[in-house]
Design a protein around this ligand. Structure first.
Ligand code: SF4
Ligand code: SF4
Length: 441
C-alpha cells in the first residue's frame, strides 16, 4: 500500500511503546469532579445549575443560544457542591462546577432513540450539538459547526484523522483497535450529513493492528477507505493531513472547507456513534496516562472532570517528582502547574515526564543553521519569527505570517541552540490577537 505524507516535519522518538499494547481500562469516577464551564472554542456558556441541585449523568450543566457553542454534561449523578473559580489545565482560574458523585450513575433521558437510517442530516447535526461534541484531538472546536459549513463551501472530501502522531499518545490507537465499529458508524453519519458516498480514514503506518481492525470494519460498509500515512510529525495536523490525502493546500488564513475538506478526529466519530446508539452526550474519554515518572502507564477511560491526581493514583502514582506535567502530547500539549486540574473534553493524554525526559535547557544565540526552516511544515521561517517576537516587533511577525504557525514545535525540536521558539511565537500571536480584538471594538 502506498504511504502518504507531507513536506517538512520531523521524526521524534515516539515513546508509544509504554502504552500502545495496553487495552483501555475503564476507571471508576472519583468522589468529586470539576467541570470548567467552557470546554469549547466559541460563545461563553450560561451555567444552568445551582449549588445544592441534584444532577444526573448526562444532564446539561450549561447552555447558550449561540451557534458556536458546545454544552457541557455532568459525567456522574450527584449533587452540585460548588460553583466558583478553579484551576484549569491551562493554568488560569475559570468558572467551574464541582459535583459530588453519588456513585449511582443515574442517567438523564437519552438524547436519541433513532437509528442512523432513521435520522436526517439535520437531526444528526442537532444531536451532535446537544451531545456537546468538540474535536477530541484537543482543539475544542464544536463539531456541529464543522458539520455545517456555509452553503458556498461545498465539501467533497471527508477525512477522519487517526494519525495520532504526537509521541506518547495511544488513546486514538486503542480506540481504533477496540471500537472500530463506532469509528465506522460515526464516519457513516458524517457521510450522511454531507450526502457523500465516500470518506477516508487516515492512520499512521506505526499502528498496523489499528489499520487492520478499521479496514476489516470498513469492508462491511461501502465507500470508506483506509489510507496509510508515513510516520512523521506533525502528520495529524489538519493542513498536513489534507495535503497528504488530497494533495491540496489550505490557503494561508483559510480553513479546510475552503478547499472542500472536512477533517474529524477518530475519537470524535466514535462519540458521534455513541450519541446515536446510546443517546449519551460526551461524558468520558480515553486518556493516555504516561511518562517515565508514572509507575504504571495506561490508557484510561476517564470521566470528564476527573482530577489528574486521581488519574495518576489509578496508574500506581508517581515514582519521582515530575519535571513536567503535560496535558496532551509533549509537542503541542500544555504544561500544567498542578495535578489538581481536571480532565476536560480535549484531554487526550496526561503525561508526567521525568527529569531525564524533560530537562530544562538554556537557550543560546541563533547559529543561523537553517534547520528550523527546513522542518517547518508550513514553510515559515521560525528563526525570524522568534527574533521579531523577542524584539516585540509585531508588524514584522505578521509580515512573516506568524498567525499561520500551528505551534507544532518541530522548529524547537531540531534547534541546536535550544531556542525557546514556541514560547516567543505564542506570546507574539496572543499579542496580535489582542490587538485585532481591540481594533474590532
Ligand atoms: S514555526 Fe510554527 S509551524 Fe513552523 S515548525 Fe515552528 S511551531 Fe511548527
Ligand atoms: S534551528 Fe535554531 S540555531 Fe538554527 S537557524 Fe533555527 S533558530 Fe537558529
Amino acid at each position: 500500500m502506498r504511504k502518504l505524507t507531507f513536506s517538512g516535519g520531523i521524526h521524534p522518538d515516539d515513546t508509544k511503546s509504554l502504552t500502545a499494547h495496553l487495552p483501555i481500562e475503564e476507571i471508576a469516577p472519583p468522589e468529586l469532579l470539576y467541570f470548567p464551564a467552557q470546554q469549547h472554542i466559541g460563545a461563553p456558556p450560561e451555567i444552568i445549575v445551582d449549588v445544592g441541585d441534584s444532577v444526573r449523568l448526562g444532564q446539561p450543566l450549561t447552555k447558550s443560544e449561540a451557534f458556536v457553542f458546545a454544552p457541557l454534561a455532568s459525567s456522574v449523578s450527584g449533587t452540585v457542591k460548588d460553583i466558583g473559580l478553579y484551576l484549569h489545565p491551562n493554568g488560569t482560574k475559570v468558572p467551574t462546577i464541582v459535583i459530588e458523585n453519588d456513585g449511582l450513575d443515574t442517567k438523564a433521558e437519552p438524547l436519541n432513540t433513532k437509528t442512523l437510517d432513521e435520522l436526517s442530516p439535520k437531526e444528526i447535526i442537532r444531536l451532535v450539538r446537544e451531545a456537546g461534541l468538540v474535536g477530541m484531538g484537543g482543539a475544542g472546536f464544536p463539531t456541529h459547526v464543522k458539520l455545517s459549513p456555509p452553503p458556498e463551501k461545498v465539501v467533497t472530501d471527508i477525512i477522519i484523522n487517526g494519525a495520532e502522531c504526537e509521541p506518547y499518545l495511544t488513546s486514538d490507537h486503542r480506540l481504533m483497535l477496540e471500537r472500530a465499529k463506532d469509528v465506522i458508524l460515526g464516519t457513516q453519519a458524517v457521510m450522511k450529513v454531507f450526502s457523500l458516498g465516500t470518506a477516508t480514514i487516515a492512520i499512521e503506518e506505526n499502528k498496523p493492528d489499528a489499520i487492520a481492525a478499521v479496514s476489516e470494519e470498513a469492508k462491511k460498509v461501502s465507500g470508506i477507505r483506509v489510507a496509510v500515512l508515513k510516520k512523521k510529525y506533525p502528520q495529524g495536523a489538519e493542513k498536513q493531513l489534507i495535503s497528504a490525502i488530497t494533495g491540496r493546500q489550505v490557503p494561508s488564513g483559510g480553513l479546510p472547507a475552503d478547499i472542500g475538506c472536512v477533517v474529524l478526529n477518530v475519537g470524535t466519530t466514535a462519540e458521534i456513534a455513541q450519541v446515536i446508539t446510546n443517546g449519551t452526550p460526551l461524558y468520558r474519554r480515553v486518556v493516555t496516562v504516561s511518562g517515565n515518572a508514572v509507575a504504571e502507564p495506561k490508557n484510561q477511560l476517564l470521566r470528564i472532570g476527573t482530577p489528574f491526581s486521581y488519574a495518576f493514583s489509578q496508574s500506581g502514582g508517581l515514582t519521582e517528582p515530575p519535571s513536567k506535567i503535560i496535558m496532551g502530547g509533549p509537542m503541542m500539549g500544555i504544561a500544567t502547574c498542578s495535578q489538581d486540574v481536571p480532565v476536560v473534553k480535549g484531554t487526550s493524554g496526561i503525561l508526567a515526564l521525568s527529569e531525564k525526559e524533560a530537562p530544562w535547557r538554556n537557550e543560546s544565540a541563533c547559529l543561523r543553521c537553517g534547520r528550523c526552516t527546513t522542518v517547518c511544515p508550513l514553510g515559515l521561517v521560525p528563526s525570524a519569527l522568534t527574533a521579531y517576537a523577542k524584539l516585540k516587533d509585531l508588524e514584522q511577525c505578521e509580515k512573516y505570517h506568524i498567525m499561520d504557525c500551528m505551534e507544532c514545535g518541530s522548529c524547537s525540536y531540531v534547534c541546536p541552540a535550544q531556542r525557546h521558539m514556541i514560547q516567543s511565537i505564542r506570546w507574539a500571536k496572543s499579542e496580535l490577537q489582542k490587538k485585532r480584538a481591540a481594533m474590532k471594538k
